[in-house]
Design a protein around this ligand. Structure first.
Ligand code: RNT
Ligand code: ZN
Length: 418
């Protein structure tokens, strides 16, 4: 029996098995097809970008590992992303950072960038049937230091305000061009390595900077703001904490970005979905995997990711929650890292879409808590993977582990020659 006919047969059995618990797997597949994942461009090159600012220095972020073959220029990055797209079903987005502009070998400082530096990206994205999202970049620059938008030095603060305003305008242009809102994420590393006696002051400065940045309302872009627990070398204090952005987002109706690596390890990010949905317009997710700390390991099909996806589906919020990825592992094949992370995220959403929710809710409404718990437990073992294989087959992408060979082939043909 060929692989495809096996997949077909398993799908038919799964269909019956799921129907018995009131789940329509075809309806789940239609919804999965519509979940566009915003693929972060920075796994392809270890968050280096393509600026020509000399040895910029400045920390704020770091990828670890030195696996050969990272993308060294826009063409290579585009080629890698195109390859990744052949390994996953569905229609997705590409999330760019400001440092990935097409600067044509020129020195363009961050307070000088504009949409012209992203026209080649927009064109390529259109040809590749991808929508773009965007990020301002406050790290990896001589003016990054420990404080950017919260810097007491007005000239530094103004530099980053100007940068971020320009990023919003670039996002607006992207959104207009692609006829679909471009989501711009704002994350700054601002914090202190050791104790500070000025927590209030820096947060006040950050609030003022944000107010200035968000002064203009745009139609074709949406803002989201991302908190963090701590950064390396900035362990004691983070200006943009979760409370800070949650408060700001609720007050100003901005989306809050929930990065799975940015909370205490025992804290449930999934649990935040239903609260945020009540007080902020939409939610942006950075699906990631922290190992002991915010380490940005490749996303896997972990309980945390499955729980997160389930909370989104249970809240009927697929249209309000934007799924983005954020990991950068420089120690393994980077294309393979993307394939694992995207496919795992999709699997989590598929499991969530296949949950026998109507039956579970019926039990709950009746106070049948044993029955609810039993079905939740049994549902873990339902043949979701047969549905996943079918999704891949229908999407014309590798079924199961078959993508390993495709990644190896691309490495042989392309990345190993870099
Ligand atoms: C960093 C944040 C942020 C970055 C990207 C590159 O801790 O998670 O989202 O990873 O902007
Ligand atoms: Zn993030």
């Amino acid at each position: 029996m060929t692989k495809n006919s096996l997949v077909q047969r398993s799908y038919e059995i799964a269909k019956e098995r799921y129907a018995a618990v009131g789940v329509d797997i075809d309806a789940a597949l239609v919804k999965l097809q519509d979940i566009s994942i915003s693929i972060h461009c920075w796994q392809a090159d270890d968050v280096c970008g393509f600026e020509n600012l000399g040895n910029a220095g400045g920390g704020g972020i770091q990828a670890t590992g030195n696996y050969p073959g990272k993308a060294r220029n826009i063409e290579e990055l585009q080629s890698d992303i195109s390859k990744v797209l052949t390994l996953v079903g569905g229609k997705h987005r590409l999330n760019l950072h400001a440092i990935y502009g097409d600067f044509g070998g020129k020195t363009v400082d961050r307070d000088q960038i504009d949409a012209s530096h992203f026209t080649t990206w927009m064109q390529w994205a259109k040809e590749s049937d991808l929508k773009l999202d965007f990020n301002s970049t406050s790290f990896g620059h001589t003016k990054s230091g420990d404080l950017t938008l919260a810097n007491p030095d007005k000239s530094i603060r103004d530099f980053w305000i100007e940068h971020t305003k320009r990023c919003r305008l670039i996002s607006e242009e992207m959104g207009k061009f692609q006829n679909d809102p471009c989501i711009m994420n704002l994350w700054v590393h601002d914090g202190m390595k050791d104790l500070t006696v000025n927590k209030y002051k820096y947060r006040q400065l950050l609030e003022q900077s944000l107010d200035e940045i968000f002064a203009i309302d745009y139609k074709n872009m949406k803002d989201c703001i991302e908190s963090k627990l701590f950064g390396i070398a900035l362990e004691s204090y983070t200006v943009g904490s979760h409370d800070f952005y949650l408060g700001y987002g609720a007050k100003k109706q901005k989306m809050v970005t929930l990065d799975m690596g940015h909370f205490h390890l025992s804290e449930s990010v999934a649990d935040k979905i239903s609260s945020l949905l009540l007080f902020t317009p939409e939610i942006m997710l950075h699906v990631s995997r922290p190992v002991r700390w915010d380490s940005d390991h490749v996303t896997l099909l972990t309980d945390e990711v499955i729980d997160l996806a389930k909370e989104v589906v249970r809240a009927d919020a697929i249209n309000k929650v934007h799924v983005g990825l954020d990991f950068f592992d420089a120690s393994i094949n980077r294309i393979g890292a993307y394939a694992i992370g995207i496919r795992s995220t999709q699997k989590a959403f598929l499991q969530a879409l296949l949950e026998p929710l109507a039956k579970l809710r019926e039990y709950e409404a009746n106070g049948q808590y044993f029955e609810r718990l039993a079905l939740l437990e049994e549902a873990k073992g339902l043949p979701w993977n047969a549905v996943w294989d079918y999704f891949c087959m229908k999407s014309d992408v590798a079924i199961g582990e078959d993508y390993i060979a495709e990644v190896q082939q691309y490495e042989k043909d392309v990345t190993s020659k870099r």
